[in-house]
Ligand binder design. Structure first.
Ligand SMILES: Cc1ncc(COP(=O)(O)O)c(C=O)c1O
Length: 373
């Protein structure tokens, strides 16, 4: 369909081509080169951290973060049920146990209340995941964790440029991580980064991303790492994108405002909340939740939107409902009603930075039409 509006299309309005040409002209195309360190430095500066370690994906960043904190068999890590499977897989791969909590219906985020119910003396870490555009209410969780010596992994994959009470997301974890997948505000196509203030964690992460080579003699290894390296080519694009982040955030908020101005009157669905007392929405995605008085699932509406050439994505499928985990006997008889409801009724409209006001109007008006019948 010629007029199809994809759910995400990135933009390249900065130094991407110039930096990529520099990689090609100088021959620095693999995982060494100035753009890796420049990207790590600018990202850590923006997030007010001492160290940034660029890796091949947000998923790799989570796996390395879990290893850096020494999570092992018998350790429990609390995380939301409504998140990407990378979160739980990272803990399972390290031999630990993911422990799930439900989320708030309007912010889609985990809260301290649900975390408190799941803490045991095996809780080693809380994986705080900011979902879709608003950050988790951090202060109560950070205070609770600090009192108990529980570590924080902050998954800020979707939160580039977002702040919590004025401090940048990515600043809060013992380790924080980002993804630079193509639908993120700052993209390297595929990529990720760990951020920390702890020198030892940073050095461990650098080692793990590159096979844990020992210093001094090549091809001796002191731990099981992997190839999780980011290339200079990817970092060149990432740096150029990061230089434009403030413009991107402004644009995302403008897009959110335009969507909301068209969609705010419907009684058939909820639109994203504009702000909480601690943050303004960055609308990483423009999330719609159909009301359960009218709908059992989003399938029909999503299919009508597809017929109108509008791309959408469903919300995450809750971790306790994942086929692989059911096969493994994990999370048996557990129920997280809010996450379950959101996964049935939630989806997002086209949200990429390349979206034009006309495309937003067409997407929003198509949704209004779709819920009429
Ligand atoms: C919250 C969250 N964490 C982790 C990831 C994984 O990042 P990646 O796709 O770069 O592996 C994503 C991906 O979108 C995400 O949304």
């Amino acid at each position: 369909m010629d007029n199809f509006i994809p759910v995400n299309e990135p933009i390249f309005i900065g130094n991407e081509k110039k930096y990529l040409n520099e990689c090609i002209d100088t021959g620095w195309i693999s995982s060494a080169g100035r753009f890796i360190t420049d990207f790590e430095e600018l990202m850590s500066k923006r997030c007010e951290r001492n160290y940034g370690v660029a890796v091949s994906s947000g998923t790799a960043a989570l796996e390395i973060a879990v290893k850096c904190l020494g999570i092992k068999e018998g350790d429990e890590v609390i995380m939301p049920a409504l998140t990407i499977i990378s979160c739980s897989n990272s803990v399972i791969k390290a031999g630990g146990t993911p422990v799930l909590v439900d989320c708030d219906e309007r912010t889609f985020n985990m809260t301290l209340e649900t975390i408190k119910e799941k803490v045991t003396d095996k809780t080693k870490a809380i994986m705080i995941v900011h979902i879709y555009g608003l950050p988790v209410d951090m202060d109560p969780i950070l205070e609770f964790a600090k009192e108990r010596g529980i570590k924080i992994i902050e998954d800020a994959a979707e939160m580039h440029g977002q702040t919590y009470k004025g401090s940048p997301c990515g600043t809060f974890g013992d380790v924080s991580i980002f993804s630079f997948y193509a639908n993120k505000h700052v993209s390297t196509g595929e990529g990720g980064m760990l951020l920390t203030n702890d020198k030892e964690i940073a050095e461990k992460a650098q080692s793990l991303r590159d096979h844990c080579f020992m210093k001094g003699r090549r091809f001796l290894h002191d731990d099981i790492g992997g190839n999780f390296r980011m290339t200079n080519l990817q970092a060149a694009v990432g740096l150029a994108q990061l230089e434009c982040l403030d413009t991107y955030i402004e644009k995302k908020r403008e897009m959110g405002r335009l969507y909301s101005s068209i969609l705010s009157d419907s009684d058939k669905f909820d639109i994203p909340i504009v702000e909480t007392e601690y943050a303004k929405n960055v609308y990483w995605v423009y999330a719609i939740t159909l009301k359960n008085e009218f709908y059992k699932s989003s399938d029909d509406i999503v299919s009508k939107l597809r017929d109108s050439a509008i791309g959408t994505r469903p919300f995450f499928w809750p971790l306790h409902k994942q086929p692989i985990y059911q096969e493994m006997g994990l999370f048996k008889n557990e129920s997280y009603p809010v996450s379950e409801k959101l996964s049935q009724l939630g989806f997002y409209l086209p949200s990429g930075l390349a979206l034009t006001p006309e495309q937003i109007e067409r997407s929003a008006n198509s949704l209004i039409e779709a819920v009429k019948s």
